[in-house]
Design a protein. Structure first.
Lengths: 115, 112
């Protein structure tokens, strides 16, 4: 049973470009969470999605960031016009049931570097 | 907003010693407290969790205690081994149950 799959593992973008990060949840999981981890920092919640619905996006920056989880295919975190401060590791997690009290399974993350 | 404080930020112990990591949370509505272990360059992995209806939970060398009145919870690792070296994160759920709020992590180093 494959775990949470994220790609790419490493992504380099120049300032002003767009970054697209993909996350395929574990089989049978329909709840996806995105977190950002800065060096020497904990994991910061960004957004919680179910299929075709954004449930909580209170941690998402108001501009340039968007997320989706379509009926078919992976969840996508999209960052437009990237800036150096966007450089971080972005982790996706999934769970089989609603709410974070069912254990979250994390992917290996995408390390975004903005040059 | 919700906040989770974690300390110490670094912890060095000798193999066989015990390690204790402490966290406090701000949201009295939190009722789920997991602990994650993250090795360098790898994914965070759940090692143990506790819910607010219990005060202590143990799994082999790992135990977690919860004091809801004081709003703090702790991770205890006994008989530490070099493979326990990693960053450990505590977390608490937000009131809506839609997000985990993480502490900033504790880097544990176990020397043999």
């Amino acid at each position: 049973n494959a775990g949470v799959m994220q790609n790419p593992r490493h992504l380099v973008r120049r300032r002003g470009q767009e970054a697209r990060l993909r996350c395929s949840p574990m089989k049978g999981h329909s709840h996806v969470y995105w977190y950002r981890q800065l060096p020497e920092e904990g994991l910061k919640f960004m957004v919680y999605l179910q299929k075709e619905n954004i449930i909580d996006e209170s941690g998402m920056p108001k501009e340039r960031f968007s997320a989706e989880f379509p009926k078919e295919g992976p969840s996508i975190l999209r960052i437009q016009q990237v800036v150096r401060g966007d450089s971080a590791a972005y982790f996706c997690a999934s769970s089989p049931e609603q709410g974070v009290e069912s254990p979250l399974h994390f992917g290996n993350g995408t390390r975004l570097t903005v040059t | 907003g919700e906040n989770v404080e974690q300390h110490p930020s670094t912890l060095s112990v000798q193999e066989g010693d015990s390690a204790v990591i402490k966290c406090t949370y701000s949201d009295s509505a939190s009722n789920y407290f997991p602990w994650y272990k993250q090795e360098l360059g790898k994914r965070p992995q759940l090692i143990i969790d506790i819910r607010s209806n219990v005060g202590e939970k143990k799994d082999q060398r790992i135990a977690v205690t919860l004091n809801k009145t004081a709003k703090h919870f702790s991770l205890h690792i006994t008989e530490t081994q070099p493979e326990d070296s990693a960053v450990y994160f505590c977390a608490a759920n937000n009131q809506a149950g839609t997000a985990l709020i993480f502490g900033k992590g504790t880097t544990l180093s176990v020397s043999s």
